[in-house]
Design a protein around this ligand. Structure first.
Ligand SMILES: [Zn+2]
Length: 573
């Protein structure tokens, strides 16, 4: 068989079926390899994976921008349920050839460790299981993406209720909260049933691979080589002991400031210091233009990269009907470019989400210099370090003239962000504790037991909010957490990364140039170092314990106190 010529661009694969792609893998599986030819073989394999993953990414992006187009859905499904699982299977076969060849370089050490693990846990029988899980994920997206509410006579997608959750009028907030939760309460049955099937498939895949449960499977499957389930439990404990009390203190100040007897869940998003929510930008153009200037101030190279994304149409940021919910940054591996998707409605949260996704984008730009695709994308613990650090590093530049806010608005926005960090840490701990319970308690298949466990775990971590009479609404919260459905156990990474990002931020308070330099150095390493080494390069320690987390929480609390004292109407006026 002669060497088949790879397509020159991912566009040539946009309508491909697996049968069109398989011959390239056949050729790589059969081509003789020896020490002199293995680099070329690796390069060909890497390029093939770049082409296919980029074609899959382009199909996914097109679908999430327009979930109502059946052709786009079919293209996305063909890649995600047919092509990608088959490619993964063939990749394991090629990885086996590489590992057996004995070829190794220091820059490939982390890649080889991943390959060895992937080979060890791979089971033929799991290929159709993961393909079905992809289909179920698409169903979850379809159900949640088509959720709308009647609001003031207009049918709106859920993200558009966000501004009303911040209304100074408590009745409006309550109405918005109930309206945004109602579709999840109505879909409780179908979503619980969908999860039943996901649970069953995941546990079966884990058992097929020789594990007791899906939690034990996920540690090697996600290449969590540098921490254990016990570390995660230490993180939960630290969340409960050091973060939850800080959140409770913070919410008590909010309660007094709002003049309420008790904080209800619809009282958490309103700004207690100003009559109406901040509107940092009027339209997408202003949103993007200011972001570009902010990144320029963080580092001119990052500013240029963001400009490239503007020039090449790699941003789709505003909320429109038919778009999938949420936000993401996807890498186009062949072009070496990222793409950012969001549902912006004009709030401070949107600015923070863009900073976050841009951190991922800068990671994609920086790591593209690594020669092989597997050397570029580290685990999510390092990926989220890139994004969450950017939220904090860019924070100081959000004030005018560069950014979005006048000095007082900047204080408000920053206060909201710091409060969100503490709130999110306890949320993360609860989501991870809940997923751990689901897959290890022996009762995860029971929908009612799952809901009861969620309530129990939430009350351990979420203090200072009165949920009485809102049990259904509180339960609905986990059905809204798409990770639990679509990306199981992808959540504690945010907590690990937040602890890292707070350390990088602490460094930047002393020496911003040096902190950003170390950050960029870590990003450029891609995946060629271990997780603790990547953190060390960025200027942080990979940590799960109260001794590290406690002082960081104190730093955030003291920063919050300082900002509060400076806000108008709070002693300064
Ligand atoms: Zn992220």
């Amino acid at each position: 068989m002669t060497a088949s010529v790879l397509p020159s661009s991912p566009g040539a694969l946009s309508k491909a079926r697996w049968d069109d792609i398989a011959p390239f893998f056949d050729e790589l599986a059969e081509r003789p390899i020896d020490p002199s030819s293995i680099e070329g073989w690796l390069q060909a394999w890497s390029t093939l994976e770049e082409l296919v993953t980029e074609a899959a990414a382009v199909a996914m992006i097109a679908y999430t921008i327009d979930t109502s187009d059946p052709d786009k859905e079919a293209d996305h499904l063909r890649f995600s349920t047919e092509i990608m699982p088959k490619m993964e299977e063939r990749s394991v076969e090629l990885a086996r050839r590489l590992v057996e060849s004995g070829y190794a370089t220091p820059e490939l050490a982390t890649t080889l460790a991943r390959f060895r693990t992937a080979i060890a846990i791979f089971r033929e029988a799991n290929v159709p299981i993961f393909a079905e899980l992809e289909e179920l994920s698409a169903r979850y997206q379809r159900i949640t993406g088509s959720m709308t509410v009647e609001w003031e006579g207009q049918e709106r997608p859920l993200p558009q209720l966000q501004p009303f959750l911040k209304s100074p009028d408590r009745a409006v907030r309550e109405r918005a909260f109930r309206a945004a939760t109602q579709p999840y309460i109505e879909q409780h049955g179908p979503l619980a049933e969908l999860f039943d099937r996901m649970f069953e498939l995941r546990q079966r895949a884990a058992r097929n691979a020789g594990f007791d449960n899906f939690r034990d499977y996920i540690f090697p499957a996600k290449f969590r080589f540098d921490y254990s389930p016990a570390d995660c439990e230490r993180f939960h404990d630290a969340g409960e002991r050091t973060v939850a009390p800080a959140v409770e203190r913070m919410l008590e100040i909010r309660r007094k400031r709002l003049g309420l007897d008790a904080l209800r869940p619809w009282d958490l998003a309103v700004d207690p210091y100003r009559p109406s929510p901040l509107r940092p930008f009027g339209d997408v153009e202003e949103f993007v233009g200011k972001a570009r200037r902010v990144f320029e101030r963080v580092d001119p190279v990052l500013g240029n990269e963001f400009q490239t994304m503007i020039d090449e149409g790699l941003l789709d940021l505003d909320s429109r009907k038919g778009k999938a919910p949420g936000g993401y940054c996807e890498t186009l591996h062949h072009r070496g470019r990222p793409f950012i998707f969001m549902n912006a409605v004009g709030l401070v949260d949107d600015v923070m989400t863009l900073l976050h996704e841009a951190g991922h984008a800068f990671h994609a730009f920086a790591s593209h210099r690594q020669p092989f695709i597997w050397q570029r994308h580290p685990g999510s613990e390092a990926a989220e370090l890139a994004s969450m650090s950017m939220e904090l590093l860019a924070g100081r530049h959000l004030a005018q003239p560069t950014g979005y806010f006048n000095p007082d608005d900047h204080r408000s926005a920053w206060l909201e962000h710091l409060e969100d960090i503490l709130l999110s840490l306890v949320h993360i701990a609860s989501v991870d504790a809940f997923q751990t319970w689901i897959y290890t308690s022996g009762q995860g298949q029971d929908a009612a037991a799952r809901d009861a466990a969620w309530l129990r775990i939430r009350s351990r971590f979420e203090r200072g909010v009165d949920w009485s009479g809102l049990e259904q609404e509180r339960v609905a919260r986990w059905y809204r957490q798409l990770h639990i459905f679509m990306y199981p156990f992808y959540y504690i990474e945010y907590g690990i990364a937040q602890i890292g990002a707070l350390q990088i931020w602490r460094n930047s308070l002393k020496d911003p140039v040096r902190a950003v330099g170390a950050y960029r150095e870590a990003l450029a390493l891609g995946a060629v170092r271990t997780l603790p080494e990547l953190y060390r390069t960025a200027g942080a320690r990979l940590s799960f314990d109260g001794e590290t987390i406690g002082p960081l929480v104190e730093l955030v609390e003291s920063e919050i106190a300082k900002i509060r004292a400076e806000l108008p109407g709070n002693g300064r006026s």
